[in-house]
Design a protein around this ligand. Structure first.
Ligand SMILES: [Zn+2]
Length: 695
């Protein structure tokens, strides 16, 4: 039968209209039906910021989406919001037109449903073409949504930058698309601009073509297979600084994997507005070092041949768009005249975090946002790794403790899904799983696709089996079983520990740590956790042992402590597991005595956690202030910044209460001087060249 009808010319604005009955049934779960899978987009965007002086600016666009039909259907359902749909056409793989009987926008679900007269056939490939237009407005909030305009002032002149923020379901606000992370495809993009402006996209510029009038069309290289939320479009007149990575070791890997995408000497650029470009040097150095580190660690080159980092005026946070990472100016720029030394740590962490996403999140992506911790937990875990030691001279594990562990312990927050859990996973088992090997396997197996939590557990468990890491009874280590309670429940445990030095046994019980008794829903695991624990005594608490001593598997335990001796023991050496520990009176007394005698017999991270524990216990009425002041007495010899950082708010808290009592206040001040004076004498007001950065 001959096919007729070339295309449907429609003008659909933001009206709520219904999908056809068949379409409605398919989409009622809120997700796209899953019967059509996009493979490639040709997208052209023309943002006109030149004919008017103020937003809104008109955006004209066209998109051509090639998709495969998996199940017979009479509807093409995809996402679209805020666009005026002007022209729609559909062709099959022979280029023959498919009749369109209706086009409907469902504003509530942000669906664009295109109904066809015939049925689309399984196994067939189709190409949908849509012309559309919309407006670009001033950023809505610090993170923006879709394509945004942001003004700034230069030479007393109001200027605009156009930039997109498509996380996590905002691509549909720029162009019609299958806007769920599982729908990965390649993209060929053309951005139009006027002379004097620069357009940036995820991939490098291939060529520029002269269009009508003064318009120039920038054609960019085809992207890797990727999710829509990771696309990024920028039009600006910012200058940049640049360097190249030099991972010579990766040359052979680049050649054997994807020569078209990869370059062993990837170009790294940092863009900022003209008046701040001199503050981009630190970011450039950190970005090159971190990218080289990740490429060597994963043995996988970043498939975009370049990575741009751009500081956007008025933007908040940072976004890991593949090959074009956007930041607030505060998070990318550092200048010795107006930035603190500490701010370098913030910048380095954020740059590393966003670069970690290029692999963990961009190359391998959560299938849906309920598993978003797979992206964020891993990127946060890695944010302290690549450059702390080499560039900042800081110990990554100490930064990890300060940035993540203390934040989770002290937050009235929801489910523990983050870097602390990844850290627990990485050090789990009798010996730790080689996390680099696991990472390579995970990334290689799921490259250019999407994952759910079980995929991570399976690869971790496989790696554990391969390395002979077993559960405590010698059975295979089932990481899903171990960590599901951490994923499914809010909060974290409080362990009560009691040490019997005569019988050499440790009694352990666990409960939800909920001193403020906030409401929590009932949970399948009854607020018990599988906790990997290590133990130490006076001779073995200064360094973190490999692996774990026991798993406290959602029940109370009596642990054989024959390898331990002395009047006290320590649990969770190096603060690797997310929990607080309350010791029996005698053991706690022994720990205080040890801290005062020689605090270095206890691992620095454990000291910081001990101090944080007792401060929180006192604040919640679980420990007397006298006990806390007694343990803090050793601080006169404590040189670790992370411990002092936890103590300072507590001192404020005590001061507020004691100021009202003049005699006691005087005594407290004398007590404080006894803690601070010895440290001040050693550290002094000014930093020393050879001093550890976290002193
Ligand atoms: Zn992130």
């Amino acid at each position: 039968m001959a096919r007729i009808s070339l295309c449907v010319v429609v003008v659909l604005c933001f009206v709520r209209t219904g999908a056809s009955e068949q379409g409605k049934a398919e989409v009622d779960n809120g997700l796209l039906p899953g019967n059509l899978v996009p493979s490639h987009y040709n997208l052209e965007l023309q943002a006109n910021m030149y004919d008017t002086t103020e937003p809104p600016f008109e955006l004209q666009g066209s998109v051509e989406i090639t998709f495969l039909c998996l199940e017979a259907t009479g509807n093409v359902v995809l996402h679209s919001v805020y666009q005026i749909i002007e022209v729609v056409s559909l062709v099959d793989s022979w280029g023959l037109d498919v009749d369109i009987s209706g086009v409907a926008l469902d504003a509530a679900r942000e669906f664009l449903t295109i109904s066809v007269d015939s049925i689309l056939l399984p196994g067939e490939q189709y190409t949908l073409r849509i012309l559309f237009m919309s407006n670009i407005t001033i950023s809505n909030g610090s993170n923006g949504q879709g394509f945004n305009a942001q003004f700034y002032t230069e030479d007393n002149e109001r200027r605009y930058i156009l930039w997109s923020e498509l996380a996590y379901m905002q691509a549909r606000k720029v162009f019609p698309c299958f806007d769920e992370p599982r729908y990965k495809a390649t993209f060929d993009v053309i951005l139009l601009r006027h002379p004097g402006m620069t357009s940036l996209f995820n991939t490098h510029l291939m060529n520029t073509e002269q269009r009508e009038g003064v318009w120039l069309a920038d054609h960019f290289a085809t992207t890797p297979v990727m999710s829509t939320y990771l696309l990024c479009f920028v039009v600006c007149d910012f200058p940049h600084v640049e360097m190249s990575t030099s991972n010579e070791k990766l040359v052979s890997i680049f050649i054997s994997i994807r020569l078209t995408f990869c370059d062993p000497n990837a170009q790294i650029r940092v863009y900022a507005r003209r008046e701040f470009i001199e503050a981009a040097d630190f970011a450039l150095t950190a970005a090159v070092a971190a990218q080289e580190w990740f490429e060597q660690y994963t043995a996988l080159p970043n498939p975009t041949s370049k990575t741009d980092h751009i500081a956007i005026p008025g933007k908040g946070g940072a976004m890991e768009s593949w090959g074009l990472i956007t930041y607030s100016e505060e998070y990318l720029l550092w200048d010795e005249n107006w930035s603190s030394p500490h701010h370098k740590l913030v910048l380095a962490s954020i740059i590393s975090h966003e670069l970690a996403h290029q692999w963990f999140g961009n190359l391998v992506t959560n299938a849906w946002w309920d598993d978003h911790w797979l992206n964020e937990g891993t990127a946060s875990f890695f944010e302290t790794m690549p450059i702390m030691q080499d560039i900042l001279g800081m110990d990554p594990s100490k930064i990890q403790l300060m940035r993540h562990m203390f934040r989770e312990l002290n937050a009235d927050k929801s489910i523990t899904q983050g870097p602390v859990m990844i850290d627990m996973e990485s050090s789990t088992g009798r010996v730790p799983i080689t996390f680099a090997q696991y990472s390579k396997k995970y990334l290689t197996r799921f490259s250019y696709s999407s994952v759910v939590s079980d995929d991570l557990w399976n690869v971790l468990s496989e790696q554990a089996a391969l390395e002979g890491v077993t559960d405590q009874d010698g059975s295979p280590l089932d990481l899903k079983e171990k960590f599901d309670p951490w994923l499914q429940q809010r909060g974290y445990p409080l362990i009560h520990a009691s040490w019997d030095p005569v019988l050499k046994s440790i009694n352990l019980t666990q409960d939800l740590y909920n001193p403020r008794e906030r409401y929590l829903p009932s949970a399948d695991y009854n607020y018990k956790w599988n906790i990997p624990l290590t133990f130490g005594d006076r001779s073995s608490s200064a360094s973190v042992p490999e692996g774990v001593d026991i798993w406290m598997d959602r029940e109370d335990s009596v642990v054989d402590g024959r390898k331990l001796s002395g009047s006290w023991i320590l649990i969770n050496i190096g603060a690797r597991s997310l929990c607080r520990v309350k010791y029996d009176h005698e053991t706690f007394g022994g720990i205080i005595e040890q801290l005062n005698k020689n605090h270095e017999a206890i691992h620095p991270e454990s000291r910081a956690l001990l101090v944080d524990d007792v401060i929180d216990f006192e604040r919640n009425g679980m420990m007397s202030a006298v006990d806390v002041l007694e343990i803090l007495q050793y601080l006169g010899s404590e040189m670790e910044m992370m411990t002092w950082k936890q103590v300072l708010p507590a001192i404020d808290f005590f001061s507020l209460r004691l100021r009202k009592f003049p005699e006691t206040w005087k005594l407290f001040q004398r007590y404080l001087r006894s803690l601070v004076d010895p440290v001040f004498e050693r550290v002094s007001w000014y930093g020393q060249q050879a001093e550890e950065r976290l002193t």
